[in-house]
Ligand binder design. Structure first.
Ligand code: PLP
Length: 388
């Protein structure tokens, strides 16, 4: 029989994160710092808003771009940064931030178009960029600069084929958060080289040490060349509801809506109603942010006691990305061995691109007891098996 799959599908492979989950399956006494989602369940009031919507008959298709009241509420979230969007034409509600990103790349990229991406990186971007024929161009970030992207490093990778600059701020897997001055320089670069910026802000409310939300779209001359991606999964602990959104220039958003009309129609009606309610409750997010910050500090403190582990202090998200290279330069071998001997699961840094090698990703979206125990197990593991 001939090959029915197209080359893009044939090239699809399981990511490093999933491979780790397969290895973890069925183990007892395991502490998993591997998952990239909140340990909180969705707040009961948000759940109730979703249930109420179902009972009230919101069981039908919705407008392709999403309910207007939700789009209006989304637009309001950008106003404190001085950004105003038209809810009728500059917003789309999507199946998670992933739905927004995938559809965005499909409408933007032609074969050979280059997309600059910070590394270490959430590697799903690479598949989403490659599928329509785009070429991801990694820009390496390092511990020395707290994994924050530098404008000069971006500029060095710009070619005549560069179309898009993708930012993820704060970033997965490092939690790095770019300061306003750093964003300003990147904004100037985007204008100088006529690039479109995609700003993935799914962790944008999970900020610590007094950091304030700052979208690159809010800098002069940037709104018209930026598509902001966001969602409810991380900040509102709604991963399973599958809802996200994009805000951006009408010409791009219009095509995303047309694509969505043809491929998925719309996001589930009750999910949209629950999300609209969630936006009316910033107190729910604030409560979780306070706890995440305590947990970040707890795990940082635990790691600081371990010889050979070096960790920068991330400004956002819910990940630490410690350097373990002086213990073992091969992050995959390290994580597999740590799992087998100490029953702690972390994600090998190399799963986030070559720039992540020598590191591990630890999610602190877990109980304080587990975080304390995980740090102790790691310390004991290093002492017994690596420092003998
Ligand atoms: N963007 C980044 C950087 C992520 O880490 C994730 C999920 O891990 C997503 C987007 C996807 O979010 P959603 O659940 O809204 O599709």
């Amino acid at each position: 029989m001939r090959e029915f799959l197209n080359p893009q599908a044939a090239a699809l492979q399981q990511g490093g994160i999933r491979a780790m989950f397969d290895r973890m399956a069925g183990r007892e006494g395991l502490i998993s710092l591997a998952v990239g989602e909140p340990d909180f369940g969705t707040h009961p009031d948000i759940v109730e808003a979703g249930c109420r919507a179902l009972r009230d008959g919101f069981t039908h298709y919705t407008p392709n771009a999403g309910y207007l009241d939700l789009r209006e509420a989304i637009v309001e979230t950008m106003r404190p940064q001085g950004l105003s969007y038209d809810p009728g034409s500059e917003v789309i509600v999507t199946v998670g931030a992933m739905g927004a990103l995938a559809q965005l790349f499909w409408v933007l990229l032609s074969p050979g178009d280059e997309v600059i991406v910070q590394e270490p990186v959430w590697v799903n971007y690479y598949t989403m960029i490659s599928y329509p024929g785009g070429v991801p161009v990694p820009v390496r970030t390092t511990d020395d600069n707290g994994f924050r992207l530098r404008a000069a490093d971006i500029e060095a990778r710009i070619t005549p084929r560069t179309k898009v600059l993708l930012l993820n701020n704060p970033g997965n897997p490092t939690g790095a958060y770019l300061k306003r001055e750093e964003l300003q320089e990147i904004a100037e670069l985007a204008q100088k080289h006529d690039l479109l910026v995609i700003s993935d802000e799914v962790y944008g409310l999970l900020l610590y040490d007094g950091n304030q939300p700052a979208s690159i779209a809010s800098f002069p001359g940037m709104k018209e060349r930026t598509v902001v991606i966001n969602g409810f999964s991380k900040a509102y602990a709604m991963t399973g509801w599958r809802i996200g959104y994009a805000l951006g220039p009408v010409a791009i958003l219009r095509k995303m809506v047309l694509l969505q009309e043809n491929v998925i129609s719309c996001v589930a009606a009750a999910t949209q109603k629950a999300a609209a309610y969630a936006l009316s409750r910033p107190d729910i997010v604030q409560g979780m942010v306070t706890v995440y910050e305590e947990k970040r500090n707890l795990l940082l403190e635990g790691l600081s006691r371990i010889e050979g582990v070096r960790c920068t202090r991330p400004g956002g998200a819910f990940y630490l990305f410690p350097d373990i290279s002086s213990i073992c330069p091969d992050s995959k071998a390290f994580c597999f061995d740590l799992l087998d001997r100490a029953a702690v699961a972390c994600i090998p840094g190399v799963s986030f691109g070559d720039a992540g090698e020598g590191h591990i990703r630890m999610s602190y979206a877990n109980s304080k007891e587990n975080l304390t125990a995980a740090a102790e197990r790691l310390q004991e593991y290093v002492r017994r098996f690596r420092r003998a």
